[in-house]
Design a protein around this ligand. Structure first.
Ligand code: PAF
Length: 283
C-alpha cells in the first residue's frame, strides 16, 4: 500500500497525538533517504514491534561539515516512498529543512564522551547534528520504539546513551548490518563508488572478518590485529585511504589494547570522495 506522506511538523504531531490517544504504539525509523535493503530491514523490524511505523526522510544539513557531501548526498524520494510502501511502512515524515532549522535556530543536544573518538574524531560536530535531529524527530513523532542499524555502530551507541540519559520513554533497538552478497555493508554512499573502487571495497569486510578470525584463534593484542587488518586493506584496496582502524570496548567505546570483554573493530576507509565505514563484533 502507498504510505501517507506528511510534510509539516504540525500534521505529524497531530497524527501522533491521535495514535497515542487511541492506545496504539508508534515506531520511528529515522533515515536520510536513498533507501536500500538495510533500511527496509529496519522498517520490517519496526512493523513487528509497533502498530504504526513512521519512516523519516531528512538529509540533515547540520551533521555534514562544509567540505562533506551534503549537496552530493543521493536523493530519490519517489522511489523511497514506493520502497517504504512495499514493506508495509504506513507513514513517511519528510519535513522541510527551513521548518526543522528556522532562522535563529540555536539549540543543540550534545552527548559528551562517546562522541570524542572514531567518527567523532574525524568529523567534529557530526554527532551534535545527529543527536539534535534525532531529538527533534523524537519530540515530533513521539515514538515508543526507535530502530537504528549496527552499520553506524558509534551512532547507535551515542543515540542509545542520549535516549536513556534524557529519559525518553522509547525502546531503543539496534538491528544487524545488511550486506551485499560479497559482504560489503549496504550504504547509500556505495552508489558513488567507481567500478574499481566497488571491487576494492570488499577489503573492509575481509579485514574485519580476518580480525575476528585472529581473536577466535586466541590473538588478544589489539595492535597485532590492527596490523594484520591494515595489511589486508593495503593489499586488496590499494586506492583506499585508511582513516582509522580501531578496536573498542563494545559499550564504553573506549580503545582497547588487549581484548578481554566484548570488543568491536571499526574502520573507515576513503575511496576517492566516498568514505565508507564498517564494523564487526570480534568477541
Ligand atoms: O543514519 C542516518 O541516516 C542519520 O545519521 C540519521 C540517524 C537519520 C540522522 O540524520
Amino acid at each position: 500500500m502507498k504510505p501517507t506522506v506528511i510534510r509539516s511538523i504540525k500534521s505529524q504531531q497531530k497524527l501522533s497525538r491521535q495514535i497515542i490517544a487511541s492506545g496504539k504504539t508508534i515506531a520511528i525509523v529515522p533515515t536520510m533517504g536513498f533507501l536500500h535493503d538495510g533500511h527496509l530491514s529496519l522498517i520490517k523490524k519496526a512493523k513487528v514491534k509497533a502498530d504504526l511505523v513512521v519512516t523519516t526522510i531528512f538529509v540533515n544539513p547540520t551533521q555534514f561539515a562544509p567540505h562533506e557531501d551534503f549537496d552530493r548526498y543521493p536523493r530519490d524520494t519517489k522511489n523511497d516512498i514506493r520502497k517504504i510502501g512495499s514493506v508495509g511502512g504506513q507513514i513517511v515524515f519528510m519535513p522541510r529543512a527551513d521548518e526543522i532549522y528556522p532562522d535563529n535556530f540555536q539549540s543543540w543536544v550534545v552527548v559528551d564522551k562517546l562522541t570524542g573518538l572514531l567518527e567523532g574524531a574525524s568529523r567534529p560536530n557530526h554527532f551534535r547534528g545527529v543527536t539534535t535531529i534525532v531529538s527533534k524527530l523524537y519530540n515530533i513523532v513521539r515514538p515508543d520504539y526507535a530502530i537504528f542499524g549496527m552499520k553506524d555502530y558509534q551512532q547507535a551507541m551515542v543515540l542509545k546513551r542520549m535516549t536513556s540519559d534524557l529519559n525518553w520513554p522509547i525502546k531503543f533497538i539496534i538491528a544487524p548490518t545488511v550486506r551485499e552478497p560479497d559482504g560489503l555493508a549496504m550504504s547509500s554512499r556505495n552508489k558513488y563508488l567507481s567500478g574499481a573502487h566497488r571491487s576494492e571495497a570488499t577489503a573492509l569486510i575481509k579485514a574485519l572478518r580476518f580480525g575476528r578470525k585472529m581473536v577466535r584463534a586466541g590473538e588478544m593484542s589489539a595492535s597485532e590485529i590492527k596490523r594484520e587488518m591494515k595489511k589486508i586493506i593495503t593489499k586488496s584496496a590499494p586506492s583506499g585511504l585508511i582513516d582509522y582502524i580501531t578496536l573498542t570496548d563494545m559499550d564504553s567505546l573506549e580503545t582497547v589494547r588487549n581484548i578481554r570483554g566484548k570488543t568491536v573493530a571499526s574502520l573507515a576507509v576513503k575511496f576517492g570522495k566516498v568514505r565508507l565505514i564498517d564494523n564487526i563484533l570480534l568477541k
